[in-house]
Design a protein around this ligand. Structure first.
Ligand SMILES: Cc1cc2nc3c(=O)[nH]c(=O)nc-3n(C[C@H](O)[C@H](O)[C@H](O)COP(=O)(O)OP(=O)(O)OC[C@H]3O[C@@H](n4cnc5c(N)ncnc54)[C@H](O)[C@@H]3O)c2cc1C
Length: 474
């Protein structure tokens, strides 16, 4: 082969692709990123989806994992325009009686709000929060299941349990049970599945230790800051460059794919033994999401005061209802009363809408590739806890799972996590080789590798380190 032009080419400019490129550039290697779309960022993009002056996050909006990311924390992204804005309250979960369970930044305030379950909540969360930095490094670190669960067991943390069993076993009040079910539902699995408790524990701990912030001006600022930092280290980015064949990446010693297995296969399956392609074909995708963004004439008129200052609101009612909604999705059905994850970025970042106006961002889980229109059901759930909400809608933008995949090919069937994260695929992701392939030139660096979905860049960081170690550089 002629001397390649770049030490590395990264295919895809999501948070993981950009993180991988930054690691390469930091190691003094030449690196180029090829992005299919005209704007960088993948799942960290924002746009005026509804009306002029209203900035909406097209995919990710709530950024506890970005803020906690051990790699991003080393990058001084503030120097490249990224500022996190914290809402007064990270998360609220309203109930039908007009009250709400609240995840506050403080464990004590949260526990006090949970009344009879305050002591149980403190016992559960305090050890995790006390060791949050160490646990974050482990959870956003390379996958070592034995170390993960042994460490957690040392703190008496029942992460291997199902979220439903943990909520029902540890808590007696409707508030604590509802709060924990909503956190566990971020797993996108039935809450009766093992290890779904770990999602709830990690997200609650992140809320206490780091907050659940937004990026000022939109999540696009995370991608823009990463891109600017990459360029400052000499890296380059080419947009409108969809890669569909190895012939487009011949100019690189090493190629890192910020893509999921289904996209990598048609590009690279000739580059390794068929057995490895078969392993990639067996990788499983999870449910999709149906998303609605709103331009609003004013704040959402929640009945529960706490919801008004919360960045994120879990809209799904009581524990049993949340469990049933997620069970329906796991069984391949849509829920009549879906569990809705709603963010109101303008409570923390007023720059995203004209004075006095607001934006709302919400989605619910649906079976992968579902074509059912969930818009009315999502809005009915919000109206249930915020009477008068629909009359504040100035404009809306709806994305079906197919639209979400059209926006970014990594969101296969609307799956926002790059593949289901059940107990097996939490650690063996997408194969037991993780970031590596049988070809020392080719690596995987997307959310389809550990530690999985979310804006944190850690998949890209570990993949790049693996490639730097393993590739032939001379
Ligand atoms: C609706 C939605 C809501 C979400 N909410 C949150 C949230 O609130 N908080 C959070 O932390 N995470 C959230 N996520 C998840 C988060 O966005 C992803 O896990 C994260 O972006 C994954 O990063 P990545 O770099 O692995 O891939 P992606 O961000 O998906 O980037 C992949 C990139 O590759 C490009 N690409 C694809 N195919 C090709 C090709 N053939 N050639 C060249 N380029 C290609 C894509 O255009 C894209 O830019 C959400 C995702 C979605 C879709």
């Amino acid at each position: 082969m002629a001397d390649p032009r770049f030490d590395a080419v990264v295919v895809g400019s999501g948070p993981n692709g950009l993180a991988a490129a930054i690691v390469f550039a930091g190691a003094g290697k030449s690196v180029n990123v090829l992005e299919a779309e005209s704007i960088v960022g993948g799942g960290a993009r924002s746009d005026a989806l509804t009306l002029p002056g209203f900035i909406h996050d097209i995919c990710s909006s709530v950024l506890p994992l970005a803020h906690a990311s051990p790699f991003f924390r080393t990058l001084s992204l503030g120097d490249y325009g990224l500022t996190y804005e914290h809402p007064a309250i990270p998360l609220a979960h309203p109930l039908d009686d007009g009250s709400a369970a609240v995840l506050d930044r403080s464990v004590d305030v949260t526990a006090t709000g949970l009344g009879g379950d305050g002591a149980a909540y403190r016992r559960l969360m305090q050890p995790i929060v006390r060791h949050a930095d160490m646990l974050t490094r482990q959870f956003l670190g390379p996958p070592r299941p034995s170390v993960h669960f042994v460490t957690l067991a040392r703190f008496g943390i029942p992460a291997l349990r199902s979220a439903a069993a943990l909520a029902a076993g540890r808590f007696r009040t409707a508030h604590a049970r509802a709060l924990f079910s909503g956190l566990g539902a971020h797993s996108m699995l039935s809450l009766r599945r093992p290890a779904t408790a770990s999602f709830g524990l990690v997200l609650a701990a992140a809320g206490h230790a780091y907050g659940w912030p937004f990026a000022r001006g939109g999540s696009q600022r995370v991608a823009d800051a990463l891109a600017a930092m990459l360029r400052s280290r000499g890296g380059t980015i080419a947009t409108d460059r969809r890669v569909d064949s190895m012939s487009q990446v011949l100019d690189a010693r090493v190629v890192l794919f910020d893509l999921t297995p289904r996209q990598v296969l048609p590009i690279a399956s000739g580059q390794w033994p068929d057995g490895f392609s078969r392993q990639l074909q067996r990788f499983r995708y999870g449910p999709g999401v149906f998303k609605v963004d709103w331009a609003l004439d004013g704040p959402i008129p929640w009945r529960a005061d706490a919801c008004r200052g919360a960045g994120t609101v879990h809209v799904g009612g009581a524990f049993d209802e949340v469990v049933a909604a997620e069970d329906a999705v796991a069984a391949g059905q849509v829920a009549e009363r879906p569990f809705v994850i709603l963010a109101q970025p303008t409570v923390a970042d007023p720059t995203r809408a004209p004075a006095g106006k607001h934006v709302g961002w919400a989605y619910c889980h649906v079976p992968n590739g579902s074509t059912v229109d969930m818009r009315e059901r999502i809005e009915a759930q919000v109206e249930r806890f915020a009477p008068g909400f629909t009359s504040r809608i100035l404009a809306r933008h709806v994305m079906t799972p197919a639209d979400i995949e059209r926006h970014n090919a990594n969101n296969v069937g609307g799956d926002i996590n790059g593949g289901i994260a059940d107990l097996r695929q939490l650690f063996i992701r997408p194969t037991a080789r993780l970031y590596a392939t049988p070809n020392r030139r080719l690596y995987l660096c997307s959310a389809s590798t550990p530690p999985g979905g979310g804006v944190h860049g850690m998949c890209g960081y570990f993949a790049a380190r693996k490639a730097l170690q393993r590739a032939r550089w001379s």
